[in-house]
Design a binder for this molecule. Structure first.
Ligand SMILES: Cc1ncc(COP(=O)(O)O)c(C=O)c1O
Length: 360
């Protein structure tokens, strides 16, 4: 069958998820607990049959863009909406990638940067960490070449969780601007970090920031994400927008969250507090711990292979990621040879949960 031959080596994994971990979702950096009943029921009362029967209206999309614009102190023309920030990133690849072009990003990273780049015929240049959890941006700059069309970093970095300041990132923006290359800064986890680098989009019209409702906003299921950038860049990416990328229900819930931000602010604040305290407890309790500016942390038994810790957490029915000594699936952190780290998503009160007592 005739098709684009460059997609042949691409391997996609669609792993089914156990559903029983309803209140134990510590594997995918989602909200770890349900919304307060009153908060959620108030939203549910706004759902009507028309939401299911009719196509979404562009007026509703504009209204959500206005809410997002207000939240970020930019204009509606600086916002692009799509089906999760993943789809926004794919749109950026669609406008930049072609056979012989390349996308440059750190590795490890959110794996879809490379996959979406390659879907449109591009190569992925993955720039490895040096021997530590601090990523070297100069090394990334040195890897940009004449065929580079898209450079991507996440800030905080994912999955490791480092945070770079706006001043540390500005040199990369300038290098990309001088070479007319689009630079994406993925801020999926920004609400758990010291803050956004959004002012860069006003300094550089080639810089674009992606955001998601899936993490601190607690709404991975509605699949809403957005880009923030200069009007020029947003106009370009809007050419590849799906006709109706968001459902009526998704638009309504995203707007509801933006207009009822107290709950989101509280969740982010409590998650940061719980994360930092858990890291201290684990560190004092004899684990090697990589704290993070995201809502996931890594830890490892100092002298073991984590199998005891994995057993304890399995006994509590928690969903989490771990490097498996039996299957050989690695979970690693840069600068460390062990392949058996535990990656745990965190939320408010994670530090007071019973499994932590057993671990330490
Ligand atoms: C760094 C990063 N960027 C983007 C995404 C995509 O998120 P979504 O498509 O749910 O907005 C993820 C998801 O885990 C992520 O970790």
């Amino acid at each position: 069958m005739k098709h684009n031959h460059w997609i042949d080596p691409i391997k996609r994994m669609f792993i089914p998820r156990p559903t029983k971990q309803k209140h134990k979702r510590f594997d995918m950096a989602e909200r770890t607990s349900s919304f307060p009943d009153q908060y959620f029921s108030r939203f549910m009362r706004s759902i009507v049959q028309e939401d299911f029967i009719t196509y979404p209206s562009y007026a509703e999309y504009d209204s959500l863009k206005d809410d997002i614009a207000k939240h970020n102190e930019v204009g509606r023309s600086n916002v692009y909406l799509s089906t999760g920030s993943g789809a926004c990133i794919k749109s950026l690849c669609e406008i930049t990638m072609y056979p012989s072009a390349n996308i440059v990003s750190p590795v490890p990273c959110y794996p879809m940067y490379g996959i979406y780049g390659r879907l449109f015929g591009g190569d992925h240049i993955g720039v490895e960490y040096d021997d530590s959890i601090t990523f070297n941006l100069d090394k990334l700059i040195d890897s940009i070449n004449l065929n580079t069309r898209l450079v991507v970093i996440s800030n905080p970095f994912s999955p490791i969780g480092e945070y770079k300041t706006i001043d540390e990132i500005r040199k990369l923006c300038k290098v990309c601007a001088d070479r007319e290359i689009i630079l994406l800064i993925d801020e999926a986890y920004v609400d758990f970090s010291p803050g956004t680098v959004l002012p860069l989009i006003k300094e550089f019209d080639n810089v674009v920031i992606s955001r998601t409702f899936s993490k601190a906003f607690g709404a991975a299921g509605i699949r809403v994400g957005y880009l923030l950038a200069s009007e020029k860049l947003i106009d370009l990416v809007t050419k590849v927008q799906l006709t109706y990328p968001l459902s009526n229900i998704s638009v309504k819930f995203a707007s509801y969250l933006l207009n009822n931000l107290d709950e989101i602010a509280l969740y982010s604040y409590d998650t940061i507090r719980g994360r930092d305290n858990l890291c201290k407890l684990l560190s004092d309790g004899g684990y090697d711990v990589i704290n993070s500016h995201t809502n996931s942390i890594h830890f490892h038994e100092k002298d073991g292979d984590n199998s005891e810790a994995v057993d304890i957490m399995n006994n509590y029915g928690l969903a989490f990621k771990s490097g498996d000594t039996k299957t050989g699936t690695p979970v690693m952190v840069p600068g460390d040879d062990r392949k058996t780290w535990i990656r745990l998503s965190v939320g408010p009160d994670i530090d007071t949960m019973a499994f932590v007592g057993d671990l330490i």
